[in-house]
Design a protein around this ligand. Structure first.
Ligand SMILES: [Zn+2]
Length: 251
């Protein structure tokens, strides 16, 4: 039985909407389930789309992600990430968990976390000759009050966007292809877990029958590495986290 003690009505509603997908994933495994999806469409980015860095947050749409738009990346890693991805647009958004982590690390009042995230993105965009966009709560594809995603996609393709196939569940996305493994795991993937299990996430809804899924998205040759990295991540949610994968075929 599902325990609806903590999350808000909006989060519960999205949870229930996605339950049929998770019932199928539970019986088939993610990999089998995803074979019925259009993975080509989910993994090949539209040619005319701007290269837009969005937060890992499931409410901010893109094929390219970094927590808080990159706010947690060490400066030299951020430089590499922006160069490697050829980013054109850098986004910030309302209610950003990564901006809260950044504020906590720098002794900034939590009430100013969103403003801090926005100013960071604006200044960073300016410094690197990028366009800055701010995504307001009303433009985000999740309830303003919290996160409903029960998947974190650990993407080794660098172009995966679950929104391009309506059968794929919503998820946080870690664009590992462009990040150092240690950072992708310990800063990004762990942040997704903390958010999902935290007060702005799913709380008690996540249990052994309804686990949070860390889902590697990789081509055959990268899959074993991605899975072994995910298995190596220590966390405090034993029994409530499962590791799954989507194998991306060659197109
Ligand atoms: Zn965010």
């Amino acid at each position: 039985m599902t325990n609806f003690e903590n999350p808000s009505d909006g989060v519960k509603k999205r949870w229930l909407m996605e339950q049929p997908i998770f019932d199928r994933i539970k019986s088939q495994g993610f990999s089998e389930y995803a074979k019925d999806m259009n993975l080509k469409s989910a993994c090949i980015r539209p040619e005319d789309a701007p290269i837009r860095v969005c937060c890992m947050d499931e409410g901010t749409p893109s094929f390219l992600h970094a927590a808080g738009g990159g706010i947690l990346l060490p400066p030299e890693e951020l430089e590499k990430y922006l160069g490697h991805t050829k980013a054109q647009v850098l986004t910030s958004h309302d209610g950003c968990g990564a901006a809260r982590i950044y504020a906590g690390m720098h002794g900034i009042d939590m009430a100013r976390a969103d403003e801090t995230g926005l100013m960071w993105a604006k200044k960073t965009a300016e410094k690197h000759g990028l366009i800055h966009e701010h995504i307001s709560a009303s433009s985000m594809s999740r309830p303003e009050e919290g996160h409903f995603a029960r998947v974190c996609y650990y993407d080794l393709t660098g172009s995966f966007d679950w929104r391009r196939d309506e059968g794929l569940p919503a998820g946080f996305t870690v664009s590992h292809k462009f990040m150092d493994t240690d950072y992708a795991l310990k800063a990004e993937t762990l942040t997704a877990l903390k958010i999902a299990f935290g007060e702005h996430g799913l709380g008690h809804l996540l249990d052994a029958d309804h686990p949070f899924i860390l889902c590697a998205v990789a081509r055959e040759e990268d899959l074993a590495r991605a899975l072994s990295e995910l298995k190596s991540l220590p966390h405090h949610y034993d029994g409530r986290v499962e590791i799954e994968h989507i194998t991306v075929p060659d197109f």
